[in-house]
Design a protein around this ligand. Sequence first.
Ligand code: F6R
Length: 605
Amino acid sequence: MCGIVAYVGPKDAAPILLEGLQRLEYRGYDSAGLAVVNAKSLRTRKVKGRVADLAAAVPAKFKGTIGIGHTRWATHGAPSDVNAHPHLDQEQRIAVVHNGIIENADELRRRLEGEGVKFESETDSEVLSHLIGRMVKDTDSLREAVLRALKSVVGTYGIAVVDAQRPGEIVVARNGSPIVLGLGEKEMFAASDVAALIRYTRQVVHLEDGELAVIKADGFTTFTSDARETAKEPFTVDWDAGHYDNGGYEHYLLKEISEQPETVARTLRGRMDDRFHIAHLGGLNMDARETRSFRRVKIIGCGSAYYSGQMGAQLIEELARIPADAEPASEFRYRSPVVEPDTLYVAISQSGETYDTLAAVQELKRKGGRVLGIVNTVGSAIARETDGGIYLHAGPEVSVASTKAFTSTAVAFALLALHLGRVRDLSPADGRRICEGLRRLPEQIEEILTLEDRIKELAKKYADAPGMMFVGRVRGYPVAREGAQKLKEISYVHAEAYPASELKHGPLALISPELPTVAIVPDDELLDKNLTTLGEIRARHGRILMVGHRTSEAADDCIVVPKNEVELDPILLTIPLQLFAYHAAVALDRDVDRPRNLAKSVTVE
Ligand code: F6R
């Protein structure tokens, strides 16, 4: 989604803003722009296209030690130079960059036009610069002007505002769209994502919804929308700039797939106890008695996070014998869910900023629900909003499609299931079996990664199919769903996932040589049933790529992965499907790390 960077300090702002915008490129955008203040006047550059195009458009002498920058993802108004941010007021005194959506923009626009304001762009965001521009004349305080302007705004925003007449300060505000402050040595930064700051500082402060900040070179103040000052403790981000490099890989996606032996090991590190075969999850903030008291587990997340939640629900039911299910957070939040005191809610998010998931967590909290977070980004909104949880420690995920966060989430669920199970009926022997299985995962992932050349061949073979079917039973079904999701989002090949058992209830009609099937066939108690399904597909002349623990003559091609415990096999079975989707996308010449129409973290509704 859109990205914001802001800088105030002794240095020239433009190179810092451009560097920050480059770091935000992975979120997806269609235009970019920046504004700096010099000698009490604003200088701006805005272009449709990439940050490199913006950098080329910024003259070498673009002086100014305070400025704001933006990458835009078009919502209101097509991608174009004028629609790009920053937006200015009529006197060219105020410049604003905005993430989010102003819901009453049409009404505000009509009002302002009625008062003689001429709009330059078709964006909803431009109302902000005009509103603030009008207020600043009355108050002569940027902070006051922003506070007053935001009172008439309905919608979500993360904003950064500069005033040419007050070139020592930037005002930022957050409501539903992240803003993080970066604390430097006699310089301050703000951004929508720590990725933009990490080269300059790892000391950060996250704003809460409804919070604003004034940042100056020598410090910052934060306050609420009713002007009450708030106290904030900075914390140190444990990722550094190196985590955001592509490490010599052609794509971030391949880098992140290849990192999984290490990222899974990091998720597990220090969390298993060999004496009692239990999981240590101190972040849950729950004692054994409370842990035993839950009678249901409800998991929410969006997209791949939701599919990893389905895997998690399966793990919890099997290991802890507590009824568990997963639901898209985007649906959950809108259906006025019944929130019960004996249900444990678990929200999953890589970014920790997905708006639908955050809104679902907030709804749960309003209704008194106990919510844990399984989150990758430390200090993110969902991490802060939940009552406790498990950090993935997978490092930043840059490619739009989620891979290492998916596997780490599934591993975190295995730990949670072990924890919930061992305070109930899971025996020490089974606890030990699961701990040993978890320990084997990194090495087994390493082994799967050695199959890359073979998977690449298969991806090329199947990539020209107009569509693909993914099927799996019970434990294999979330694997199939995630496999289909990866393929469709990065290769644009239509992919549909079905429980294998459901084929005969409808989708079997689709099976033909033109619609190959990827079948997830683990060696578990459902093996025979799965092999029967392959026979049914075969009888309809469907081509089959089987992913499992053995080869079968019923399939045209097979990918054989190492076997773990049945409960943990789904984690390993997912990895060849990531490689398959990646190589299909490369074979089709897709923009692998930035698939069309998608953004890394969806901070709008
Ligand atoms: C798929 C993908 C998305 C995200 C979803 C949730 O590869 O990346 O489906 O999983 O948008 O994002 P987070 O986990 O950041 O809440």
